[in-house]
Design a protein around this ligand. Structure first.
Ligand code: GAR
Length: 193
């Protein structure tokens, strides 16, 4: 039986967050993962999706931004909500219009700090280290047409110790991501607003 909420997960890289999401919604009563999509055929997250027997699609920029093919797949799979889990590209307007307030992203810092174009993965943690900030964290936010803007749904913070390397910062932040993202997605879908 098809469940009422059907989630598409977009990823570009290793997909450790995506895997936590797949696991969390494996036997969920009302939410299921309908489709996993990536701009990168080599993304580790696609292998993780296959282990969960989830359908996957890889796309080119033209299919995403121009031809409307990606949007057609989302309709074909009956997708109701979209989550980004380490996805690199800006979301085009046609997708935002088709899913108003129903696209969620996770960012590995406390927005509005350390966001914007090019602020992705380790680059964020390197910038945090350079800045001398003593606190960093995660931001889960709705997606609009600009990078890392849109309504903030959830934030959690952690310490940055004076001797931390960017890698150590990223490990602490990743722990927060894995701990919170699946549950926040679930609440955002089932208790909107
Ligand atoms: C995560 O830390 C996520 O917050 C970040 O990419 C990483 C993906 O890791 N996203 C951004 O930087 C978006 N601007 P994962 O592939 O292991 O989940």
């Amino acid at each position: 039986m098809t469940k009422p909420f059907r989630l598409a997960v977009f990823l570009s890289g290793s997909g450790s967050n995506a895997e936590k999401i797949f696991f969390h919604f494996k036997n969920h009563p009302v939410i299921e993962i309908a489709l996993v999509l990536s701009n990168n055929a080599e993304a580790g997250g696609l292998l993780r999706a296959q282990k969960f027997n989830l359908p996957t699609r890889v796309f080119l920029k033209t299919q995403f931004r121009e031809s409307g093919e990606v949007l057609a797949w989302l309709k074909e799979y009956g997708v109701t909500h979209i989550v980004l889990a380490g996805f690199l590209w800006l979301i085009p307007e046609n997708l935002i219009r088709a899913f108003p307030g129903r696209i969620l992203n996770i960012h590995p810092a406390l927005l509005p700090k350390f966001g914007g174009k090019g602020m992705y993965g380790m680059k964020v943690h390197e910038a945090v280290k350079q800045s001398g900030e003593r606190i960093t964290g995660i931001t889960i936010h709705e997606v609009d047409t600009k990078y890392d803007e849109g309504k903030i749904v959830f934030q959690a913070s952690c310490k940055v110790l004076p001797d931390d390397t960017p890698l150590q910062i990223s490990a602490r932040v990743q722990q927060l991501e894995h701990e919170h993202y699946p549950r926040v997605i679930e609440e955002w879908i089932t208790e909107p607003g």
